[in-house]
Design a protein around this ligand. Sequence first.
Ligand code: ADP
Ligand code: MG
Ligand code: MG
Length: 305
Amino acid sequence: MRGNKYKILKKLGKGSHGTVVLAEDQETLQMVAIKRIRQQFCSYEESLSSRELQILRELHHPNIIALLDAFYEDGRLYLVLEYLESNLCDLLKKENRRLLSHGTSNRTQGMREDEIRLITSALLQGLSYIHKQGFVHRDLKPENILCSKTGAYGPVKIADFSLATQYCTDERHSPIRAMTGYVATRWYRAPELLLLNSPITAAVPGGRLDTKGLQEMNRFAPSADMWSLGVIFAELLLGYPIFPGKTEEQQLRLIAQVLGTPPIPEEIFHEANKRIIKSFNKQLFGSSLKPPPRVPFRYRVQSLM
Ligand code: ADP
Ligand code: MG
Ligand code: MG
């Protein structure tokens, strides 16, 4: 590949936007991850101005996966990325297995407190930088958070900028087109983004979610990332996902059901607030560019954290 510069070793993963392989840079012997962007997301003109490529080029931070190289070959765009061997999804699965093998129910205990603190801190720092650079990630979820085998004690980096966009106070004037297309994992998505690809227009039954208001919300605001971070944080704490919707509609219903009450049991929330959350307050509130307009439940998620 690319004049034999990269030797492909194995497939690492497949998402909705591309396939990722492990490769060795034959010159430096460095291991890299190469993401081949799916055809539909890379016509020739588009590949040259690919959003993921453009955004990754601007981001240089210890908590964000580094872009090492990019090339166009056989009608496809390839992104050469720094390689990390694990991700938060694997880490959570391993943790659940550990708890089960010790006879502890995975429904009552999440990750260790020191690990939660390290991971949350890394995510806050990465996100804060992304937002300060004027971007919004919009697809933060455990699969897209990479780490080494040492887990929370090694590097923790935000990856997958395929849905990222430029932060824009008025999306009608966004320099980048709004994203369309189906995204598989919905558990971590902010409600206003859930409605982006969904035909749901009627009010969600059983809840107080204002779907019309959501549809009018700015979907290019950093607050969508803060929602995902809150949902991930809750999962680290509890050991299970808090909004595991099977469809967009069920997802919105689950979210609507907990409006007004944090989806974390009172005692766990109280302890977490005392021991972890308080230390993050400053970072949390400093991480968004400014509070987005018309976001009634955004502050609930922030107070959930
Ligand atoms: P998509 O936009 O299609 O979801 P991702 O960028 O998330 O693509 O990559 C898909 C999967 O490939 C990830 O969930 C992860 O398991 C793996 N992967 C992606 N980038 C890397 C990397 N830099 N190092 C190791 N694995 C990676
Ligand atoms: Mg992904
Ligand atoms: Mg993606």
